[in-house]
Design a protein around this ligand. Structure first.
Ligand SMILES: [Zn+2]
Ligand SMILES: [Zn+2]
Ligand SMILES: [Zn+2]
Length: 257
């Protein structure tokens, strides 16, 4: 299984517009964070989780070759507003692309992207062809088994995902302030766990680094990564403060096992 971090930043991206703090002004490329998203490939199947505001740049920079399905965690703007750029994959693959999300997420996507549907565009028009699909429990796309896991984040219905392919497992929960017991139980012991770790100061809709680390230690993944990071966190300094086997993610970081 291969996972590429396409983006590891909070909703505004890092650097933030108009901020000259030490992280936003940093020359360390690991402190440049696009909006949160990952690309997953296993057994010839290619997925992206969320189509962030930076999706085009991410697909070009980190070379996403194909998208067999998009999994949406929730309908906040930082996670969905790159959806229009899926149309290049319609052209490359010659097919509509399935987009999976909770009922609320799919309703929001159909409202926000009301011009998008699963039928080919008329001549001279170039719209994405998307098949919107509500998640109703685990399902499979090619070689990857996907399990949607409801988590708590804002007032917005939000999912994390547990992916499994050929016995290898990864959990991805970029936006949450609390993990329900059911989600925790399914994520316990995955090979790789990627979890929201916004900043040190408490936030009403995101986990702090400290709360995230405590959860990750209880989950016991072989390797754990913090994502959806804000400009309070310098990469190097934050990494040095973390316990063994817990890492700060950065854009372009690739995991393969
Ligand atoms: Zn977010
Ligand atoms: Zn800043
Ligand atoms: Zn969010």
């Amino acid at each position: 299984m291969k996972v590429v971090f396409l983006g590891t930043g909070t909703s505004v991206g890092i650097p933030m517009i108009g901020c000259d703090c030490r992280v936003c002004a940093s020359s360390d490329p690991r402190n440049r964070r696009r909006r949160s998203s990952i690309y997953v490939a296993a057994g010839g199947t290619h997925l992206v989780i969320d189509t962030s505001l930076d999706f085009r740049d991410q697909a070009l920079t980190f070379k996403v070759p194909r998208v067999d399905a998009v999994l949406m965690t929730h309908s906040h703007a930082d996670h969905i507003f790159g959806l229009d750029d899926i149309r290049r994959f319609n052209t490359i693959q010659g097919q509509a692309i399935p987009v999976h999300g909770s009922g609320e997420t799919i309703r929001d996507l159909k409202r926000i992207f009301s011009y998008i549907n699963a039928t080919p565009s008329p001549p001279g028009v170039y719209r994405p062809e998307i098949e919107f699909l509500e998640t109703r429990g685990p399902w499979t796309v090619g070689a990857i088994r996907i399990e949607p896991l409801p988590v708590e984040h804002s007032t917005c219905e939000t999912l994390g995902f547990r992916l499994e392919a050929d016995g290898r497992t990864v959990g991805y929960v970029p936006d949450c302030h609390a993990l329900p017991e059911a989600a925790f139980a399914r994520l316990r012991g995955v090979d790789v766990m990627i979890l929201d770790g916004l900043r040190h100061r408490p936030h009403p809709t995101h986990l702090t680094v400290e709360a995230s680390v405590a959860l990750l230690q209880r989950m016991g993944a072989r390797h754990s990564y913090l994502t959806h990071l804000c400009h309070d966190l310098d990469h190097e300094e934050t990494q040095e403060s973390l316990p063994p086997a817990i890492f700060v993610s950065c854009d372009g970081m690739t995991l393969e096992w």
